[in-house]
Design a protein around this ligand. Structure first.
Ligand code: TNX
Length: 518
């Protein structure tokens, strides 16, 4: 009888202990392996940080800076290795995202410089969740080993339709880094405004920068080349690659306003929508533009857009140069003209030793698979994704549903897109990509995932915050964590301390725990 009691008691204790261990640590995205230990590391006013000689003190200084600005804790950099926070360069791969973080009687971070940066984000998240009024922060002992699911963890911001400026972009980059996102795709040109200074063609910004989606008379808003360099540097410090997009040949009304000589016309609904697709002067103009772009961005990749070209309208058909080209090349349809243009510009970009990036319309243009990257965005055209993968292209997944953040995040939100009752709820973002999306044989071609913030409907910083947060956290976890590392309920638990942090950073966020509050 007593043996049975002891057995039951033991079983109960095991189950109870399992329950306790099931309590996750407050980190988003959730790490690959987490082993909790007993004991606590207590941050009081001062700690010592080991000097990171492997990167001339950059990592140690970064941690010092953040401990002070986030927590008011002074970290004294220590040349010796008996510091409270120890840093070691432990991976062969120079740019590896992987890291180890061990919190015990001291805190040890190891990885490449990038890995240590991510270890630090994990530590800061644990500390943020344990902040107290007294300023003392205790964190439980834990051993973490972590690495990402995808190499491409992206966010796109459209600054053509509405312009937000450096301060907003920097805050966004801070939050991206916090959630271990690593690509900032900058949609800098579109019909409503050209936002990047090009020295050789000043009217692109001086005229093309005038107006936005709501107000065509707004004085020109754009980034100078100095501004661009500042943002690129800021992103680089946070291990974020900035990818520029110069959208062509469609979405080009701003270009045509500044330099009508390059216009290819448009339709009744979208006048002056395209650049001219067959004129050599247009290719020369764009080559000049792209050379300045390449010199500004160290990414070695340029996104040429290629979306929604809207061929086939009357204006195109009557253009004598296009007609002549079609006749000469036995072209049967205007789509041939589109593909001809895309290939010429892709060649230009490739000749600059850059990767060619484009929206999924480029899949049929016949670009070489080597050196091209396709952004699948038309969720209603899954066959385009299949086609891209079949042909052998590498793909970034960013389907409108659920990765367009201009779509609302709950049923009752009014301000934003909703199509046939469909929108981009946080749970779908968190669960992305569903297993059913493509066959597992193509896994190697999926470079990663990205959310896109189109801003026709996002006219100011508050709206931008509201559409971005908290979905950005779900995106980070979808891009970094392997499926099965956590579950959605646990994710929501881990979201709770994030709300306070959004509040403290003056974000106008959507509070999922108090939906009526904003
Ligand atoms: C389609 S996505 C577009 C954008 C719009 C967006 C609105 C893509 C390649 N083109 O120009 O802003 O839909 O959701």
């Amino acid at each position: 009888h007593s043996v049975r009691t002891i057995c039951l008691l033991t079983l109960f204790l095991i189950a109870w202990n399992y329950q306790t261990n099931a309590q996750e640590i407050p980190v988003i995205p959730y790490p690959s392996t987490v082993i909790t230990q007993s004991g606590e590391f207590v941050f009081s006013e001062n700690v010592t940080i080991q000097y990171s000689d492997f990167d001339q003190g950059q990592s140690s200084h970064y941690i010092q800076e953040e401990l002070m600005s986030r927590f008011g804790i002074y970290g004294r950099i220590n040349e010796k290795n008996d510091a409270d926070i120890k840093l070691s360069d432990a991976t062969q791969a120079k740019d590896s995202d992987a890291y180890q973080l061990s919190i015990g009687s001291s805190i040890e971070m190891s990885g490449s410089q990038r890995g240590i940066f991510y270890a630090a984000q994990t530590l800061f998240q644990i500390m943020e969740a344990n902040k107290t009024d007294s300023g003392v922060i205790s964190v439980a002992h834990v051993d973490i080993t972590d690495q990402p699911r995808y190499g491409w963890r992206g966010l796109m911001l459209d600054e053509s339709r509405h312009f937000f400026g450096k301060k907003v972009v920097k805050q966004l980059l801070d939050w991206m880094a916090y959630y271990k996102l690593n690509v900032f795709h900058w949609h800098l040109t579109d019909s409503q405004g050209w936002r990047i200074e090009i020295m050789k063609y000043p009217y692109l910004t001086l005229i093309g920068g005038i107006g936005d989606d709501h107000n065509p008379l707004l004085p020109a808003q754009y980034y100078t080349q100095k501004d661009i360099k500042e943002i690129v540097r800021y992103a680089r410090q946070r291990h974020i690659t900035v990818v520029p997009e110069i959208d062509m040949p469609g979405h080009a009304t701003a270009v045509n306003k500044a330099y009508p000589v390059f216009s290819g016309g448009g339709s009744d609904r979208y006048p002056e929508w395209t650049m001219h697709p067959t004129k050599d002067t247009v290719v020369e103009f764009l080559t000049d533009v792209l050379q300045e772009v390449d010199a500004l961005f160290p990414a070695q990749m340029i996104h040429l857009g290629g979306d929604e070209v809207h061929f086939g309208n009357a204006a195109w058909n009557t253009d004598p140069a296009i007609q002549a080209w079609m006749k000469k090349n036995d072209a049967t349809s205007l789509v041939d003209v589109e593909h001809y243009f895309i290939n010429r510009m892709a060649d230009t970009i490739r000749a600059m030793n850059n990767l060619v990036l484009g929206w999924d319309e480029i899949v049929t243009a016949g670009l070489p698979t080597e050196g091209s990257l396709v952004f699948w965005w038309r969720h209603d055209k899954p066959e385009t994704l299949t086609q891209a993968l079949d042909k052998g292209y590498d793909v970034v997944l960013c389907p409108r549903i659920p990765l367009y953040f201009d779509f609302v995040q709950t049923e009752n939100h009014q301000d934003g897109r909703k199509w046939g009752g469909r929108y981009a709820d946080i749970e779908s973002v968190w669960k992305f990509p569903p297993d059913s999306l493509h066959s597992a044989t193509y896994n190697d071609q999926i470079r990663g995932i990205q959310a896109n913030i189109w801003t026709e409907r996002i006219a100011n910083k508050n709206r931008l915050d509201y559409m971005t947060f908290p979905r950005l956290a779900a995106l980070g976890e979808a891009a970094w964590s392997m499926p099965g590392q956590s579950n959605y309920d646990q994710f929501l638990e881990r979201m709770k301390p994030q709300m306070k942090q959004y509040h403290n950073d003056n974000l106008y966020f959507f509070n999922i725990f108090d939906p009526e509050s904003t």
